[in-house]
Design a protein around this ligand. Structure first.
Ligand SMILES: N[C@@H](CCC(=O)N[C@@H](CS)C(=O)NCC(=O)O)C(=O)O
Length: 105
């Protein structure tokens, strides 16, 4: 089982516990400082996001542009249980979203 699959399970488990079924994927690049900041936040929260490296995988970059509208990273793809898909850009917004969802009191 790859790391990404493990991450997805971790996220899914948390979401099931909070009563929400969502799949979260982070489009990112290894050289991007803003992406590192989001990954640091997710590590501090104890979650492992499903990672999609847009530099290593051209398919991921194409998905990001087609879905989100631009190739800027980081971008969090939020797939809801009801089929809705949201693309969240801006590292500060993504970090705030993850914190509000996963921070334990
Ligand atoms: N304000 C954004 C800045 C993100 C940003 O500048 N990302 C750069 C990589 S470090 C990028 O994707 N540049 C290429 C592009 O915008 O298409 C944030 O905080 O997420």
């Amino acid at each position: 089982m790859g790391l990404n699959q493990l991450g997805l399970i971790a996220v899914t488990t948390n979401n099931v516990l909070s009563g929400v079924t969502e799949r979260l994927s982070l489009y990112y690049s290894e050289t991007c400082w803003y992406c590192a900041r989001v990954r640091q936040t997710s590590a501090e929260l104890g979650i492992s996001l499903e990672l999609r490296d847009i530099d290593r995988d051209p398919k991921c970059r194409a998905e990001l542009v087609a879905g989100g509208g631009k190739s800027q990273v980081p971008c969090l793809k939020i797939e809801s249980g009801n089929g809705d898909i949201n693309w969240m850009y801006e590292s500060a917004d993504i970090a705030a979203f993850l914190t509000s969802k996963f921070k334990s009191e």
